[in-house]
Design a binder for this molecule. Structure first.
Ligand code: CDT
Length: 303
């Protein structure tokens, strides 16, 4: 057995007027709880430092950029890195990233893995961006990720760190089997992800009653079908007028939920994860080399 003890650090709402410093202080409190619960790694939500701004329309470039980080660590997140290093605990953090690449400013919905020495060992940029680029003034809230972010350009690598093979995805990525499978093909042992998922889906309100079910359904299926742990962490509760699901959970390679949040506030959920638990699946039912038939899967990448 190879045990990686993980803390899913769910955050309750962060209101528009709350500073990043205040959000980071809440995250440090959860990090300390994680350490005292024996965690090696603490996992924070998507875009964890502010209210989830794709839920409202902004025209002004400077106003948009103010929600992004152009350096990591930034001044406001430096205390989180320092505390992690002091405690000797790794963490996963989602944040909007302002990059200067290919001679222009680019915006991504990004996440990182930081190891126990405080070093950034992996970076991922969200690939499946939900929502719409145009203003929908009649909707009760916006879902403007297609306006504020570009499609991620880093693929889905996996990283050997903290004794395991770890990968990342972000929120909407978890609904797509391809996200898991690309990492599954690299032998991933734990996928960490954060999410901001409204309870109400304006284009399809009939789905609203199924939000928590679908959240769990996709992560459990992804975990089992790829013989990997999945750690999904919410920013939950009523934030800037948008009510978001909680349900942060840690899912085993068996597909079973082993720990789950019971509130919609700041809450730490802990599990001792045996990274070898997926081996019997990787060697039998999901022995990809033996049982996959990729010559039949072409349509998946052709359209
Ligand atoms: N942040 C994010 O990706 N949220 C989306 C909302 C889409 S509504 C089905 C999600 O997939 O949870």
């Amino acid at each position: 057995t190879r045990i990686l003890t993980v803390g899913a650090a769910q955050l309750g709402p962060i209101q528009r007027e709350e500073s990043r410093g205040s959000a980071v202080a809440r995250m440090i409190e959860l990090m300390r709880q994680a350490k005292s619960n024996g965690c090696d790694l603490v996992v924070y939500p998507e875009a964890a430092l502010t209210a989830f701004f794709p839920h409202w329309w902004m025209d002004d470039d400077a106003e948009i950029d103010a929600y992004f980080e152009s350096a990591m660590p930034s001044n406001e997140t430096a205390p989180l890195f320092a505390e992690a290093e002091r405690l000797g605990i790794g963490f996963h953090l989602g944040y909007p990233e302002l990059a200067f690449e290919d001679g222009r400013k680019r915006r991504f919905n990004t996440a990182i893995i930081v190891d126990k020495s405080g070093k950034i060992v992996g970076k991922y940029r969200k690939i499946h961006l939900p929502g719409h680029p145009e203003h929908r003034p009649d909707a009760v809230f916006q879902n403007l990720e297609k306006r504020y972010f570009e499609t991620g350009n880093l693929g889905w690598p996996v990283w050997e760190t903290m004794g395991g093979r770890l990968g990342m995805m972000i929120c909407n990525d978890r609904r797509w089997p391809e996200s898991y499978r690309v990492m599954g093909l690299q032998g991933v042992e734990m996928i960490v992800l954060g999410y901001n998922t409204p309870k109400h889906n304006p284009p399809a309100p009939a789905h609203d009653r199924l939000g928590n079910f679908h959240n769990q359904l996709v992560m459990q299926a992804g975990a089992y079908q790829n013989a990997t742990w999945v750690v999904g962490v919410a920013k939950a509760g009523l934030e800037a007028g948008v009510d978001q699901i909680g349900g942060s959970c840690i899912i085993a390679p068996t597909g079973e939920v082993v720990a789950q949040a019971v509130t919609e506030g700041d809450e730490l959920v802990v599990a001792r994860c045996d990274l070898d638990l997926g081996n019997s699946y990787k060697n039998s039912t999901f022995n990809f080399a033996r049982h996959r038939e990729p010559q039949c899967y072409g349509m998946i990448v052709e359209r």
